[in-house]
Design a protein around this ligand. Structure first.
Ligand code: NAD
Ligand code: TYD
Length: 340
């Protein structure tokens, strides 16, 4: 089986590539990534010399390149992680999100139609459902919840999902879509909440919490997300959407305080800053479908997963310090300068 994983040098993609290369030595895993600011080949060090792993640099929105790659490789399965993934960046530069997240997806779908494929899997997000109110804790996102996006990021991901499902209905393309809640774990780029707080707290720097910090996210360890996608591509039904989440809701302030406690740092580092425009209040996944249909269950809860993650950031300081001193340098001042 030959699998193209796009975006395999990013956070979740690199965890998934490592998972697949190690678990399926008889599969060929091709990691296709443009190596934007978020792509980092250091994330693949543990598997880079394995015979069933190959890296190809390229753009999923470059039609000529993608068609040539499919012509040469004739993949059986495509798993599309490649995306612009940060909500804050989508607010300052929406167009990049349309190009990669929408046009990149349709380019891959067209190549799959042209060259044939056993399965195209789209890695999507619970953010396509919009948000839930804080005072209705009984509400959760199911696969039937209408799409109702808030940010340019979530709008681009919802558009991509609709194209994927339309290619199934219109052309019979064998597709699946998974919509996961917020991930955390090793190799998480330090512009996102959890690694940003860990790295800044270790440096005794101010910790920006948007608005009041009451917004709720449903956190899933990246290893559990990778297991779920593995199950969906092997056993999921064509044309279906699967929600992935483990009922680990926390307010942002709870997350920040948990990290500070584990690192023995003072809460006086917290700074409440101007809120993100259009900031979603609460995400919460109902994972009943993937649990009952595919037998998925997460191995981590938030309490065990966050301790493992903090330990990973303590043990791998060179990994994130290289990022902070490289492409990322200047980002924090540019995005947060007038807020802190
Ligand atoms: P990331 O930003 O860490 O990684 C994205 C990867 O895609 C990078 O390696 C980047 O170089 C690559 N890429 C970007 N544009 C590309 C292009 N045009 N062609 C080829 N490669 C390109 O993202 P992530 O957090 O790992 O998210 C991966 C996927 O999972 C995304 O589709 C995202 O929407 C989805 N998702 C993320 C989360 C989360 O909490 N991080 C939750 C649910 C779903
Ligand atoms: P983020 O990690 O960007 O993921 P998403 O926006 O996709 O949920 O943010 C998680 C939550 O943390 C979100 O409610 C915004 C908030 N947040 C902060 O309060 N401060 C920060 O510096 C960042 C990056 C996020």
């Amino acid at each position: 089986m030959k699998v193209i994983v796009t975006g395999g040098a990013g956070f979740i993609g690199s965890n998934f590539v490592q998972h697949m290369v190690n678990k399926y030595p008889d599969y060929e895993i091709i990691n296709l990534d443009l190596l934007t600011y978020a792509g980092n080949l250091e994330n693949l060090k543990p598997v880079e010399d394995k015979p069933n792993y190959k890296f190809v640099k390229g753009d999923i929105a470059d039609r000529e390149f993608i068609f040539k790659l499919f012509e040469d490789e004739k993949p059986d399965v495509v798993v599309n992680f490649a995306a612009e993934s940060h909500v804050d960046r989508s607010i300052t530069d929406p167009e990049a999100f349309v190009r990669t997240n929408v046009m990149g997806t349709t380019t891959l779908l067209d190549a799959c139609r042209t060259y044939g494929i056993k399965r195209y899997h789209q890695v999507s997000t619970d953010e396509v459902y919009g948000d839930l109110p804080l005072d209705r804790p009984e509400l959760f996102f199911t696969e039937e919840t209408p799409l109702h996006t808030s940010s340019p990021y979530s709008s681009s991901k919802a558009s991509a999902d609709l194209f994927v499902l339309a290619y199934h209905r219109t052309y019979g393309l064998p597709v699946t879509v998974s919509r996961c809640s917020n991930n955390y774990g090793p190799y998480h780029f330090p512009e996102k909440l959890i690694p940003l707080i860990i790295s800044r707290a270790l440096a005794d720097e101010e910790l920006p919490v948007y608005g009041t910090g009451e917004n709720v996210r449903d956190w899933l360890h990246v290893a559990d997300h990778c297991e779920a996608i593995d199950l969906v591509i092997h056993k999921g039904r064509e044309g279906e959407v699967y929600n992935i989440g483990g009922h680990n809701e926390r307010t942002n302030l709870e997350v920040v305080k948990t990290i500070l406690k584990a690192l023995d740092k003072p809460e006086s580092l917290i700074r409440f800053v101007t809120d993100r425009p259009g900031h979603d209040m609460r995400y919460a996944i109902d994972p009943t479908k993937i649990e009952t249909e595919l037998g998925w269950e997460p191995k981590y809860n938030f309490d065990s997963g966050i301790q493992q993650t903090i330990q990973w950031y303590l043990d791998n300081q060179e990994w994130w310090k290289n990022i902070l001193s490289g492409e990322y340098s200047g980002y924090f001042d540019k995005m947060y300068g007038n807020r802190l």
